[in-house]
Design a protein around this ligand. Structure first.
Ligand code: MN
Length: 496
């Protein structure tokens, strides 16, 4: 999916046109009303770029509409800066648009403008972010869209402010988007911030990416064509076969890990196959492997074993025609939406205007737990801050998957980043084929194998000291508490 672009001189009609594809007629009327209301309230205000202020809430709403996000959230986005920047109050918004929309606007206002005043201030900022998330994740969606548009128009800001907003987006917003499984926003926030923080690296990465895209364009078109016809021949239904270019910041990170050797990066452009159901995913994989030889160690079944943030897909890299390597990602429409929108998939509508099944994904529950933990626990916030700001190291699973962790992370952290089950059953670790103790600090490039024991009851108390990441500590605490509870339940008489 290409990045969202905002049309020049965006108007309310452009917004309506986007929303019309998935909303009801009477909802469109409320969108117009909200636009009129915000336009009136911001009248006379200008952005630094010289545009009337209303262009900003309008663009924020447009970004959400492009993602087909529920209309009430788009309406709240139109109104999001009204109480903060104008004379019009929240009460008036509530009177005109109801409690639900007013509460989202209140959330945004409470979140305020996160101001960068040095690293120590981040704790406060993070607290605010998580407070608002715990109250209403829809508020975060608006905040992400708001920030995305601010980054798109960052050029008009003075130099120091440019840098501050960009680094804050990269260091705070993007990591939160990743944890929410929202690849679409994460990618946008990173790619928009990147050139302001590391301009030279940005240029260098862009040149590498553009070269691959141009060189391979015709070749990949042929591969896609062949894929489509082979799927048809095999009677496998599919909705779409398309190419996706790797986000530029994520390519930059990978280039850093691989010593800037783009030959070893197989997914600068990947091909995606979207199919109706899970059975078709495996059938399509079979077709590809009959046609082209798969590259060893590059077949990944994230359907049977989803990534910790809930990501599901089948990945494979094959030697396609002329022996060139091509990565394929195979998934259902539902998996696709979840991958792009993460938690937002719950407020996303499909083309026909039907709401997607709001299946409770595992990470959504985990997130809710995490928020609760964090709210009243400053030490957790310290841990989160450490996770965000410590330098990252990149280590590998024996299958070659890359896991990023903060510096000084241990095999315990690694195990819990693979999966809670792997963590809980962890009994030992090999680093680069040598047995090590579980508190050994890991280094970038290490290959780590976790030895599990399925009879193991769970983590031990002293792992809390060995773990460095918030995720691992949280899981250890949770399992320890749950074990205590089961133990109590076993020895206490059951209540009827
Ligand atoms: Mn705003």
């Amino acid at each position: 999916m290409p990045n969202i672009t905002i049309p020049k001189n965006l108007t309310i009609d452009d917004l309506i046109k986007e929303i019309r594809s998935y909303a009801k007629r009477d909802e469109l009327d409320v969108v117009r009303l909200a636009y009129g209301f915000a336009d009136e309230a911001h009248r006379g205000q200008m952005r630094r770029s010289g545009e009337p202020y209303i262009s900003h809430p309008l663009a924020t709403a447009y970004i959400l509409a492009k993602m087909k996000i529920e209309v009430s959230i788009v309406i709240a986005a139109l109104l999001h800066d009204v109480p903060e920047d104008t004379q019009v109050t929240l009460e008036e918004i509530e009177k005109n648009f109801g409690k639900d929309i007013a509460s989202m606007v209140r959330g945004i206002t409470k979140l305020g403008k996160l101001k960068y005043r040095g690293v120590e201030r981040y704790i406060e900022n993070l607290r605010k972010m998580f407070m608002s998330m715990a109250e209403d994740i829809r508020v975060m969606l608006i905040k992400f869209a708001d920030r995305t548009h601010n980054l798109m128009t960052l050029e008009a800001q003075p130099t120091n402010k440019k840098y501050r907003i960009a680094i804050e987006s990269l260091e705070i917003y993007a990591p939160i988007a990743i944890r929410m499984g929202m690849d679409e926003f994460k990618g946008q926030l990173e790619d928009l911030s990147f050139p302001f923080i590391y301009p030279k690296e940005y240029e260098k990465t862009k040149i590498i990416r553009d070269k691959v895209i141009i060189d391979e364009e015709k070749y990949l078109k042929d591969v896609m064509e062949k894929t489509r016809s082979e799927l048809k021949k095999a009677n496998i239904k599919f909705y779409d076969v398309h190419g996706r270019e790797k986000q530029i910041y994520s390519l930059y990170q990978k280039l850093c890990r691989k010593g800037w050797d783009s030959e070893n990066i197989y997914d600068i452009v990947a091909l995606r196959i979207i199919v109706p159901d899970i059975g078709d995913c495996y059938a399509a994989l079979g077709v590809l492997h009959r046609l082209w030889k798969p590259l060893k160690g590059r077949i990944k079944d994230y359907i049977a074993q989803p990534k910790p943030n809930g990501y599901r897909s089948l990945h494979t890299t094959v030697f396609a025609d002329e022996g060139k390597t091509v990565e394929f990602q195979i998934r259902t429409q539902e998996m696709h939406d979840e991958a792009e929108y993460g938690i937002a998939a719950h407020w996303h509508y499909d083309e026909r205007g039907a709401r997607l099944p709001s299946k409770e994904v595992e990470w959504a529950k985990e997130l809710a737990r995490m928020q609760k933990d964090i709210l009243n626990n400053l030490s957790d916030l310290e841990e989160m801050k450490v996770d965000f700001f410590r330098n990252r190291i990149f280590v590998f699973t024996p299958q070659g998957d890359v896991i990023d962790l903060p510096e000084d992370a241990t095999p315990i952290d690694f195990a819990y980043h693979i999966h809670t089950q792997v963590g809980d059953k962890c009994n030992g670790a090999r680093v680069n084929d040598h047995l090590v103790s579980l508190d050994t600090p890991l280094k970038s490039g290490d290959v780590i194998e976790i030895i599990t024991d399925k009879n193991r009851k769970g983590p031990s108390q002293d792992w809390l000291k060995m773990a460095k990441t918030h995720t691992a500590k949280m899981h250890i605490k949770n399992t320890l508490n749950a074990n205590k509870k089961t133990w109590l339940e076993a020895i206490l008489p059951r209540k009827k």
